[in-house]
Design a protein around this ligand. Structure first.
Ligand SMILES: Nc1ncnc2c1ncn2[C@@H]1O[C@H](COP(=O)(O)OP(=O)(O)OP(=O)(O)O)[C@@H](O)[C@H]1O
Ligand SMILES: [Mg+2]
Length: 499
């Protein structure tokens, strides 16, 4: 890609980007939230058209007008937010748009299934082709996305933040698979914020900052710290400053909770814990050990079979979401697009989603746009949501990381008693992660109770004051963060007893 420029309205997103990738290598694309990584790759995949600049594939000038043309050039892409049809099966999704037919337009499912099985073996991971997407965990869905690209003959695979949705265990396997693909001659471009993964799996790394090229380097020649500094354009300090907690009265109390999933399988099995004002309780655990059902129960998105959930001493289980908000619970949900934002609403409208009723934002049932925008602008500035002055922009036009910042801005602005943060830094760049951690600790120091659910053990260890480890729907142990080790938590997370 040579001299690529792209603007959206007044917003000049890509300024003269050069980007080239060698066959059979894994190439990381690094940059802060909103730097233009997804936009650049969407251009390569034919989803956006560059304003100027050229694209060459194997030395030949090409015009990629649509994903169809990209696929013809053997380029495949797995997006930051998946694009599968939830009610379709794996096989249907993989075949969609490139169905094999037996003549007369009859789809040859047998042949397709055989082909998918062969591919998944080659890729190193199997999927159940008959399962529906909506019944699968995100890690599985990603496998389907990758197989779909390979099914279409992709030689170059673009992956937009592939590991953001994977568990640490899945990441290990994923890295291995990618290495294998590269060894067999496939070319992989990977957008990521995780510098340790860049070090582990990538050969080259290109850094872009605010739409401009910074450098392309051999990954082996640089440390994580150096890569991070190139990305933000200044030295970064790692590590979090945090005073010991000063816990006060109990804000959230969960007693003997039993919760089942949609199929009636028990997922939370007799869980009890409390969170006090002025402390952060972290819930550590491998994905799918009941975290999701636990949070859904606390926020009244799911009925509990038995047990109690009390906020400020008052029972709230099996009531309503409205009641949850009224009780002073704020939530940073796991899936920002599904349950955190109204994608077609503006940034300002999303920020005021819970607070538009009442003055100064509305009067006699009419919303006061200028007050709403003013308030939103203050928050977007405080949280460094980019682009600048984005209050009136539809939230779907922000980059993934910036969308997350909008959710966090709203939820912390409601002055909650209890803040529940579920994977709050997923998809954020290193600078933004540090900022979110600081916000969580700030909330704690303001006397809020904070419940942090995360699959990132580092995050839990850095931010939480106490750590509850969940395994198989049960709390395996609750330990003091200052007195435990990653090894101990890791063991508890995988069902090992406490030493
Ligand atoms: N369709 C669009 N209309 C207007 N602005 C857009 C559109 N798509 C992207 N942008 C803007 O372009 C900039 C770059 O966005 P992009 O999604 O490429 O960032 P990114 O580097 O992928 O960030 P992240 O790490 O947060 O995913 C952002 O400021 C975003 O708001
Ligand atoms: Mg992106």
């Amino acid at each position: 890609m040579v001299g690529i420029q792209k603007s959206f309205g007044r917003h000049h997103v890509l300024k003269n980007i050069d980007f080239s990738v060698e066959k059979g290598t894994i190439h990381a694309l690094l940059g802060e939230n909103g730097a233009g990584k997804s936009t650049l790759m969407n251009i390569l995949y034919g989803l956006h058209k560059q304003d100027s600049g050229d694209i060459f594939i194997n030395g030949e000038l090409v015009e990629i007008k649509s994903p169809k043309v990209a696929i013809e050039h053997k380029i495949g892409m797995v997006h930051q937010h998946f694009m599968l049809v939830p009610t379709f099966t794996v096989a249907q999704n993989i075949m969609l748009g490139s169905e094999l037919t037996k003549g007369l337009g009859i789809v040859d499912f047998k042949k397709a299934n055989r082909e998918i099985s062969r591919l998944s073996e080659e890729y190193g991971q199997t999927v159940n082709t008959k399962k529906k997407i909506e019944d699968m965990a995100v890690g599985m869905q990603q496998r389907v996305e990758i197989l779909k690209a390979l099914y279409r003959g992709a030689e170059t695979l673009i992956l937009d933040e592939p590991t953001a949705v994977l568990t640490p265990q899945e990441i290990k396997k994923f890295i291995e698979n990618m290495r294998n693909l590269a060894r067999s001659g496939k070319t992989i471009i990977m957008i990521t914020h995780k510098l340790n993964e860049v070090k582990q799996m990538c050969d080259y790394c290109t850094v872009i900052r605010r739409g401009e090229n910074v450098v392309t380097v051999h990954v082996d020649d640089y440390s994580e710290q150096q890569l991070a500094s190139m990305m933000v354009g200044k030295e970064l300090t790692f590590g979090i400053e945090k005073k010991p907690a000063n816990p006060k009265e109990i804000k959230l109390e969960v007693q003997n909770l039993l919760v089942s999933d949609d199929r009636g399988v028990k997922r939370v099995d007799g869980v009890s814990f409390e969170v006090r004002a002025g402390e952060i309780l972290g819930i550590a655990g491998v994905d799918e050990n009941g975290q999701q059902e636990l949070v859904e129960a606390i926020t009244c998105l799911r009925k509990v079979t038995s047990g109690r959930i009390k906020i400020n001493g008052k029972e709230i289980q099996n009531t309503s979401i409205a009641n949850v908000i009224k009780s002073g619970i704020a939530t940073i949900p796991e899936d920002r697009q599904k349950s955190g934002l109204v994608m077609t609403f503006s940034v300002a409208e999303n920020i005021l989603l819970k607070g538009y009723k009442g003055r100064p934002f509305s009067k006699y049932g009419r919303m006061n746009k200028s007050e709403i925008n003013k308030f939103a602008s203050r928050l977007t500035q405080k949280f460094d949501v980019r682009p600048k002055d984005c209050a009136e922009l539809p939230v779907k036009k922000l980059s993934g990381g910036n969308q997350q910042k909008v959710v966090i801005a709203r939820e912390t602005s409601t002055d909650p008693d209890l803040l529940i943060a579920i994977q709050p830094t997923r998809g954020l760049d290193v600078g933004a992660i540090g900022y979110v951690h600081k916000i969580l600790i700030e909330q704690r120091d303001k006397g809020k109770a904070v419940l942090l659910i995360s699959l990132e053990l580092d995050e839990i260890m850095d931010v939480a004051d106490r750590i509850a480890v969940i395994y198989n729907g049960k709390i395996a142990a609750i330990v003091d963060a200052a007195k435990t080790s990653e090894a101990e938590i890791g063991m508890l997370m995988t069902g090992g007893g406490k030493k």
